[in-house]
Design a protein. Structure first.
Length: 511
């Protein structure tokens, strides 16, 4: 079974896994299936602008068992403006997939989401699955209004399984071994190791240049993803709470990244030094995520910050010397790897039904299929007729987001990834899943801050001197203060305390 990490690359360009087999002991009679139904769907979570009819093995099975076909609405590459355009025009599809609490509040406030409690029979598998109980209660009690209605279903409920080891420093084995297996005690030691490895492997077997590290330009919609990911090596997480705030799993506290003693400065300096030492891929600022993944696939990048990002290198190469190669975990001595905690209420990636749809019953039937635990493992392995990195981007293809607590590596323990859990680890706080939506005024402040941070972060990485690097950091702090970072900090500190209290109530997915 391919691990989550390999499929996570697909998630960035497609949408989610579709479930579709019958309940155990149930016989499907295709002659008795209901009249064919075409359901329209918008998957705002996806960063790929896909539209058209869903095709593939799972799509065929869905049709055979339910008579349902899915027609994708264009999502504008995940741009929130597209969702607002559909809402304003009154043209929302039958099923709406959206990606955060701000969008959830937008849609519930507009009164366009169906109350799923009214479709209890059609959603029987969802309501009867014990692993969803806490999540459904949480969204009813906190986002269902006075009547505690249920307007949307979350994803990734329960144990995070292989995904818990999301942050894992990886290096190419052959080059590392030929370099004498240099010791790595601190973050900066990876720079020395990469330098020594490049002396042993400057080109791939196909004659393409090799780099120690590489970044991409289009994986920064809300934060500088790769520099921020280095937090995960030291027991912290940036992004689950906010792109501008880190949660320290060891202390249970939060800190803004725009503080003088912030680890973010060290993370940027790491890539700054990599560039100074000519270890950084010169295409980093302009290349796409897809191009970056192609380079990993070819073995052009020696270091990966994620276990899933290494692709199939070493398993698909035709050159004999690279067939036995691959990436191995290499955790520095001072690191404590952050592990994603069990998620009792699910990720803020939701699916809902359009209240104004004439096909609400069939839409709920689809969602019931989508969330049935026993179906997910099977569909985890189903082929969708698409290469791992989404080259057929215009074809809508579902892949998995981690919807339940299914076993066999889907959301339980993944034996293949268990071997990679090297080094000290710390599990994160479940309170990160229990934050309310950011108020509209603060959303604007945060958005402006994110744009500024992205711009200056790139400038710092490509600064020509240490002096310029320090000047840009000082500018980032000053501009952050002027744009309202303190106001944002006050809000998050207050909300974090409340989330810690909620954790006492909703902290167990089986409760």
């Amino acid at each position: 079974m391919r691990s989550f990490y390999q499929k996570a690359a697909v998630v960035l360009s497609v949408a989610a896994l579709l479930t579709g087999c019958a309940k155990e002991g149930e016989v499907q009679d295709t002659e008795k299936k209901q009249e064919d139904t075409v359901l329209t769907i918008l998957v705002q979570q996806s960063g790929t602008n896909m539209s058209g009819t869903w095709e593939g093995e799972s799509a065929d099975r869905l049709y055979e068992e339910t008579g349902i076909r899915l027609e994708f609405y264009s999502n504008g590459n995940g741009d929130e403006k597209r969702l607002k355009q559909y809402l304003a025009a009154g043209t929302l599809p039958d099923i709406i997939g959206f990606r955060d609490m701000e969008q959830a509040e937008l849609l519930t406030g507009a009164g366009v989401l169906a109350d799923l409690d009214e479709w209890e029979e059609e959603l029987s598998d969802v309501f009867e699955t014990s692993g969803y109980e806490t999540a459904l209660r949480y969204y009813r009690e906190n986002f269902g209004g006075e009547e505690e209605d249920l307007y949307f279903l979350p994803t990734s409920v329960g144990k995070q399984g292989a995904e818990k080891d999301y942050w894992m420093p990886m290096v190419q084995w052959n080059a590392y071994e030929k370099a004498g297996c240099p010791q790595v005690e601190h973050l900066e030691d990876y720079l020395d190791a990469a330098e020594q490895m490049l002396e042993k492997k400057a080109m791939t077997a196909m004659g393409e240049p090799v780099y120690g590290f590489s970044l991409c330009s289009d994986w920064t919609d809300k934060k500088m993803q790769q520099p921020s990911s280095l937090y995960g090596y030291y027991g912290m997480d940036v992004g689950s709470l906010s792109p501008l705030f880190a949660v320290d799993a060891k202390t249970g506290t939060i800190q803004g990244i725009l503080e003088e003693d912030s680890f973010y400065k060290q993370a940027l300096h790491f890539y700054f030094e990599a560039n100074q030492r000519e270890l950084l891929d010169p295409d980093s600022r302009t290349q796409t995520f897809e191009k970056l993944q192609e380079k990993y696939q070819k073995g052009q990048i020696l270091f990966s910050g994620y276990a899933w990002q290494t692709g199939e290198y070493g398993r698909t190469e035709t050159k004999e010397e690279e067939q036995s190669d691959g990436y191995i975990p290499l955790v520095a001595g001072d690191m404590t790897l952050y592990q994603r905690p069990e998620n009792p209420v699910g990720e803020n990636w939701f699916f809902a039904v359009n209240k104004n749809s004439e096909k609400q019953e069939k839409a709920c039937e689809f969602l019931n299929w989508f969330y049935t635990p026993e179906n997910i493992v099977k569909l985890y392995e189903e082929k969708e007729g698409m290469d791992p990195y989404g080259k057929e981007e215009e074809k809508p293809v579902f892949q998995w987001l981690g919807l339940t607590q299914a076993e066999a590596g889907f959301s339980g323990e993944d034996p293949a990834q268990k071997k990679q859990s090297q080094g000290k680890t710390v599990e994160g706080c479940r309170a990160v899943y229990l934050m309310d939506a950011l108020p509209a005024k603060l959303q604007t402040i945060e958005s402006h801050l994110q744009e500024m941070v992205q711009e200056l972060s790139w400038n710092m990485i490509y600064a020509e001197t240490e002096e310029e690097f320090e000047q840009l950091w000082a500018e980032m702090l000053q501009r952050g203060e002027a744009l309202g970072m303190e106001q944002l900090n006050a809000y998050y500190q207050k909300e974090w305390k409340q989330a810690l209290e909620k954790e006492k109530v909703y902290g167990n997915s089986q409760k």
